[in-house]
Write a protein that binds this ligand. Structure first.
Ligand SMILES: Nc1nc2c(ncn2[C@@H]2O[C@H](COP(=O)(O)OP(=O)(O)OP(=O)(O)O)[C@@H](O)[C@H]2O)c(=O)[nH]1
Ligand SMILES: [K+]
Ligand SMILES: [Mg+2]
Length: 355
């Protein structure tokens, strides 16, 4: 069954490779891309099944969320994920020189700047993980629940490993270091496809491509507004509707095995932190970078006429912090009694927020 689908995907991909990219073939390529995306969904979820990442699709490990945010360690076997979990959180996760030492998800808590960050050690994954090799699907399903993914790499191993891990996450609907495309798609009961570009499209999108892709997904009536210059693949992502947009940080482990010259080369790469879990080298920078990428806000409470409580900040995600979330962190029911709050921001402004 899955071989059939894989064969179809391979055929379509070969056809895409054969097709020259130009204006005339643009429509055909759009249709091919949509067909491939649909088959890949089917591969992961079964025929007519839920799209990648929906609740009933591949299930992750059953670990309760705790703390202020959650990060996951993803990588090939034996790159040092468990050694890193222990170094960051103090929670012991068995580490050994043989592959697949870790067979389940081991959570630990890293305390940093008053925040409690849940760190998940995961089994190693290999190529084909998303298609069901080993515990791969469970690992990637769990990675989808994280606010930040650390791709852990062995600094002495080829960079192709990085590409393979990225491809596995991608085919399970995870979009790394990307914002969701700024596209409004509203399915309608009638009226056909209405298509509007707020921004000039230079990457292959136009009304006809949009219509063809919609047709593949059996959408005949919808309002589409593109507020950003996007690719056809991004448009398909919007239609599939359940992509997870998650930031990724690359962690190069075992730098103790490198020469200074090799280290210098690694040092040039953006978005990388070189470390040695075993020797606990550069963990401070790693924690600092994790903190930055998690984009968290610390809020200190201050009773009237007293100095703030600097020991226990309330931590919120900085994208859209709300008074409601803040109140719920203190205790449920506080929101009901809430009347107003004075908020001092980093720009020295005092705001009064009322419920
Ligand atoms: N030289 C060196 N070895 C390390 C480092 N970190 C881990 N190791 C070794 O690498 C081996 C694998 O470490 P683990 O922590 O078990 O790796 P893992 O990624 O959890 O492996 P799996 O659970 O099997 O996927 C062990 O022998 C560790 O002692 C490091 O920073 N430097
Ligand atoms: K191991
Ligand atoms: Mg392990």
């Amino acid at each position: 069954m899955s071989e059939d689908i894989q064969k179809k995907i391979a055929e379509l991909e070969a056809e895409m490779a054969r097709t020259q990219k130009n204006k005339a073939t643009n429509y055909h390529l759009g249709t091919l891309k949509a067909k491939i995306a649909k088959l890949k969904s089917e591969l992961i979820n079964g025929p007519g099944g839920k799209s990648a990442g929906s609740k009933d699709a591949g299930r992750g490990f059953d670990v309760t969320k705790s703390g202020d945010t959650r990060i996951g360690l993803v990588g090939f076997p034996s790159v040092g994920k468990s050694t890193l979990l222990t170094a960051l959180t103090g929670t012991k996760s068995e580490a050994a020189a043989y592959e697949f030492t870790t067979l389940t998800c081991i959570p630990g808590t890293m305390k940093y700047r008053g925040a409690r960050i849940q760190v998940l050690d995961l089994p190693g994954i290999i190529e084909g993980a998303a298609d069901g090799k080993g515990r791969g699907r469970q690992v990637i399903s769990t990675a989808r629940t994280c606010n930040l993914i650390l791709i852990v790499l062995d600094a002495a191993k080829p960079v192709t490993h990085k590409k393979i891990i990225e491809a596995e996450l991608f085919s399970f609907g995870i979009r790394i270091n990307q914002e969701p495309p700024d596209v409004k798609l509203t399915k309608k009961e009638g009226g056909g496809i209405s298509y509007q570009e707020m921004v000039k499209q230079t990457k292959g999108m136009n009304a006809e491509v949009a219509r063809l892709v919609c047709k593949e997904y059996r959408i005949s009536c919808a309002e589409i507004i593109l507020r950003e210059d996007i690719t056809v693949d991004q448009f398909i992502d919007v239609i599939e509707g359940n992509r997870a947009y998650i930031p990724v940080l690359y962690v190069f482990n075992k730098i103790d095995a490198l020469t200074i010259e090799e280290l210098d080369i690694l040092d040039q790469m953006p978005n990388y932190v070189p470390i040695s879990s075993q020797h606990e080298w550069n963990l401070e920078e790693l924690m600092d970078t994790i903190w930055d990428r998690c984009n968290m806000l610390r809020i200190y409470t201050k009773p009237k006429g007293q100095i703030p409580d600097y020991d226990e900040p309330v931590i919120l995600h900085a994208e859209n912090p709300s008074i409601e979330e803040f109140c719920n962190r203190i205790h449920r029911g506080l929101m009901q009694e809430f009347s107003h709050a004075w908020v001092w921001g980093k720009y020295g402004v005092v705001r009064t927020i009322r419920a």
